[in-house]
Write a protein that binds this ligand. Structure first.
Ligand code: SF4
Ligand code: FES
Length: 270
C-alpha cells in the first residue's frame, strides 16, 4: 500500500465484525469512514466512525483500548487477516492511517481462538492469559529487602535477555495468529524471563510444569513451528523463548526423574 500525502483526507470502506453478545450470532457490516487524515490512528478512525453511528442512533463498534501508546496490550483486532494489522512491532493503537490509501477496503475482526470467547464486536475475553500467569508466572520465594535487590548481581547479558522477554504486553496477538491458538510465545516469554534471573530460578521447574499444564486446561493449542506468533507480535518477542520453555520443561522432567523435585509430573499431567 502506498503512503497517503500529508494533508490529504481519505474515505475508507470498513467491513467490521458485529456481534451483540457472546451467545448471539455475528456478521460483517459495512461502514464508510469519511475524511480520515493520515495522522489518525486506527483507533481514532474507529472513533470517527462511532461518532457517526451514535449521531445516527446506532450502536457504536465495541473495541478494547486503554493506553493507546503501545504499552498496555488492550487493543486487539485482526486487520485484513493479520493481528494488529501486520506492521513490524506495531500495536493496533500505534497503527496510523497513513499506511492506507483513499478508497481502501479494510476488514476488521476480533481475535479468534477457543480460549478467547468473543464478548461483543471486537472485544474478546483474554482472561485465560491472566489465569496462566496466576498459575505460576511469578516469584513467590522470599527475595529479601530492597538492599538485597542490589546485592544479587545479575550479568548484563542475562539482564538484557530477561528484559527482551519481559517486553511482552499480554495482548494475545500470538494466540490469534497461531493456527493452533497456542499461547507458547506468551508463556515462553514469562518462563524464560524468570528462569534467567536468580530470583526466578528457585521455582523454575515447578513453574514450567504448572504453566504447561494450565495452557492445555485453558484451551490453548500446541506449537507446531509456524512462527506466525513471532510475525504478529508487536513487541518483537522471539520464538527462541518457546525453545527455552521446552528446554526448561525437559530439565524439570529430568530433575523429577532423579528425585530432585517431586511435583513436575503431577503438575504437567494432572
Ligand atoms: S508474546 Fe507478543 S503477541 Fe504474544 S501476548 Fe506477548 S506481546 Fe502480545
Ligand atoms: S491501547 Fe494500550 S497497547 Fe494499544
Amino acid at each position: 500500500m502506498s503512503a497517503t500525502t500529508e494533508h490529504a483526507t481519505m474515505n475508507i470502506k470498513l467491513i467490521v465484525w458485529r456481534q451483540a453478545a457472546a451467545d448471539k450470532p455475528g456478521q460483517f457490516e459495512t461502514y464508510e469512514a469519511r475524511d480520515i487524515t493520515p495522522h489518525h490512528s486506527f483507533l481514532e478512525m474507529l472513533d470517527v466512525v462511532n461518532e457517526d453511528l451514535i449521531k445516527a442512533g446506532k450502536d457504536p463498534i465495541a473495541f478494547d483500548h486503554d493506553c493507546r501508546e503501545g504499552i498496555c496490550g488492550m487493543c486487539s483486532a485482526v486487520v485484513n487477516g493479520v493481528p494488529h494489522g501486520g506492521h513490524e512491532r506495531t500495536t493496533l493503537c500505534q497503527l496510523h492511517m497513513r499506511k492506507f490509501k483513499d478508497g481502501d477496503a479494510i476488514y476488521v475482526e476480533p481475535w479468534r481462538a477457543r480460549a478467547f470467547p468473543i464478548l461483543r464486536d471486537l472485544i474478546v475475553d483474554r482472561g485465560a492469559l491472566d489465569k496462566l500467569i496466576q498459575t505460576a508466572g511469578y516469584v513467590s520465594c522470599h527475595t529479601g529487602g530492597v538492599a538485597d535487590g542490589n546485592a544479587i548481581l545479575v550479568g548484563k547479558p542475562e539482564a538484557d535477555y530477561a528484559m527482551d522477554a519481559a517486553e511482552c504486553i499480554g495482548c494475545g496477538a500470538c494466540v490469534a495468529a497461531c493456527p493452533n491458538s497456542a499461547a507458547m510465545l506468551f508463556a515462553g516469554a514469562k518462563i524464560s524471563q524468570l528462569a534467567e534471573l536468580p530470583q526466578g530460578q528457585v521455582e523454575a521447574p515447578q513453574r514450567v510444569a504448572a504453566m504447561v499444564k494450565a495452557m492445555a486446561e485453558l484451551g490453548f493449542g500446541n506449537c507446531s513451528n509456524h512462527y506466525e506468533c513471532e510475525g504478529a507480535c508487536p513487541k518483537g518477542i522471539k520464538v527462541k523463548f518457546i525453545a527455552r520453555m521446552n528446554r526448561e520443561f525437559t530439565k524439570a522432567l529430568f530433575l523429577e526423574k532423579i528425585g530432585a523435585i517431586s511435583t513436575v509430573r503431577a503438575a504437567s499431567e494432572g
